[in-house]
Write a protein that binds this ligand. Sequence first.
Ligand SMILES: Cc1ncc(COP(=O)(O)O)c(C=O)c1O
Length: 408
Amino acid sequence: MGGLSLDTNTDARPTSERTMIYLDNHATTPCDPRVAEQMMPWLVEHFGNPHSTSHEMGRQAKSAIDTSLGVIASRLGIAADSVLITSGATESNNLAIDGICRHPRQRRRHVVTSTIEHPAVLDVVARLEKDGFRVTRVPVHANDHQLAGQIDLDQLAATIDDDTALVSVHWANNEIGVIQPMESIAEIAHRSGALFHSDATQAVGRIDVDLKRVDVDLISASAHKFYGPKGVGLLTIAGGMAARRVRLKPMIVGGGQQRNLRSGTMSPANVIAMATALELAITESALVAERVSQMRSQLWNGLVQGIDGISSNGPPANPSRRLVGNLNCRLPGIEGESWMAACSDVAFSSGSACSSVDAKPSHVLTGLGLSESEARRSVRFGIGKFNTPDQIDRAIDLLVAGYQNLTR
Ligand SMILES: Cc1ncc(COP(=O)(O)O)c(C=O)c1O
């Protein structure tokens, strides 16, 4: 990681972003060219298998991975041996939830989550439910409540008992950007001896995720959400403040490479990239948050001026309550899908990108108390560090013109 310039270099943004205006940074972010540059030698030159430590090339790869794990762990406030490398947050969530609940020594049979989690959590708990586990999905406060989108802590406390194995609540939401009250959830979960897992995929690299400050036992994250490559993520285990014992049943078995918890050859290029991306994201976070938050206001003000009756979904734009680059809004009269089709030079989303193959209205928005029709009239924008105020101005023109074409 030596020799990296930590300046945000917007001219280095990928070509695709210069032709199309990419405002979908919750779905994925472009790989920062400085991150890609760090990967290259580990793909082409130093290609040794990090688990073949009988020779120098393998040892070199292992040592690069160990250094990167150290960087990741210290940035998250945990010990290096508390980080497992995965293929992304979907795998991390599966491993955390299934791994804890299905461990042969797990006696508890209850799992608690929220109604607005990502499918990579909800589908895992649904499968556990089919297999006989008791599952509680705690609702969040409604859109017109002052705590819109936050989990209802009273209902959370009321549902947890000494049969609860795990509470899994995401740190920040991918559609409405709401940031959950992590300290309170941790306190409630631990009161009855449950473990607390958080899908921190949208939080890591965007807001402060310090496991020395917040008592979470496991978190999931994914490099492509913080300007790293796709296909690599992490699960932290037993790294929480109290270092509670986490017993995981492995999902992927084979060579036992990561302490028998996750088998398969690790990719030095990917792990180095994730560490570099995390380091850049954290070092530059204040600067990025300020720019992104200004562009978010610019976009919202432009849309409000150009589209009568547009309204916002989710919590207020307050950095302690909502990810600064997130905007979720509801249109009068037309569906989000039609608006997207009418504005094909702007990349944004009518729901969670990961589930946009699914024609159902967003469960996050209906979970907020919106009707199905309101949810279908909603779209999500995610502004990122490579966007520019010029792009936002152009996007406003295209979005307003697209809306007018559809409604006139
Ligand atoms: C909150 C959340 N969790 C999990 C995922 C899945 O991440 P991955 O693409 O790394 O599997 C996503 C992706 O959008 C997400 O936003």
